[in-house]
Design a protein around this ligand. Sequence first.
Ligand SMILES: Nc1ncnc2c1ncn2[C@@H]1O[C@H](COP(=O)(O)OP(=O)(O)O)[C@@H](O)[C@H]1O
Ligand SMILES: [Mg+2]
Length: 258
Amino acid sequence: MVTVKHDHNDVIKTKNVNFYYSDFKALEDVTMNFERNKVTALIGPSGCGKSTLLRLLNRMNDLIDGTRVEGEVIFEGKNIYAPDVDPVDIRRKIGMVFQKPNPFPKSIFNNIIYGPRLSGIKTKEALGELVEQSLRQASLWDEVKDILGQSAMMLSGGQQQRICIARALAMKPEILLMDEPTSALDPISTAKIEELIEELKRDYTIIIVTHNMQQAARISDYTGFFYLGKLIEYNPTEKLFTNPDVSQTEDYITGRFG
Ligand SMILES: Nc1ncnc2c1ncn2[C@@H]1O[C@H](COP(=O)(O)OP(=O)(O)O)[C@@H](O)[C@H]1O
Ligand SMILES: [Mg+2]
């Protein structure tokens, strides 16, 4: 059994999830719980299913043809794959940040308000406040407050990634999913995002995929190790990296394969 005992509430959990791309089974019997206000890292060799699991948690895989889910993903006491659940609503509550910064080719201001405006926030005051609050939370406000009308595409890669984080936060999500959010960034921008993740966990639950084991060790509270679509070991991060329960985990973290 690989479920971790959490002291507090789980925000989201998967129950016996199998996931298929057409005939290919990419996840096998994954049962995994994620604790509120913690950072959980997903690690494992390329192709082991980390991104698939992340996209499964906010129904992003629905956008890929031929995919199929078995089992349940419980969020707010309900299976998010139940027929009456609106995937758009799920994606609003469970935001996502991708590997390559992907701001819209719009102004900084309009990047942040794009989602909130679609979901009905209309007044200039409310939108302005949301922009400041989201950019402050993403540690970007001081750098961009005087250039909010300029294109987000003008910013550095690290700033663009923080725009994407601010854009996700502007939807006031419960959970932030991050898929290798620093792998396209330089070391200084990476350090800034890692610091930011540390701060954000006060208000959000963060689930991060990283191929960088040092990063997982630095920033996460819990780590899950995946291999060939299976959750092999799930433990507090310090335990997993210093005294893993499973020999396969040890082989991976000591660099014997991967
Ligand atoms: N859109 C897709 N269509 C078909 N197979 C996919 C798709 N995306 C991923 N896969 C396959 O699913 C497996 C898991 O992929 P992925 O979740 O991207 O792994 P990771 O993020 O750990 O590198 C891999 O074998 C990959 O080739
Ligand atoms: Mg991936």
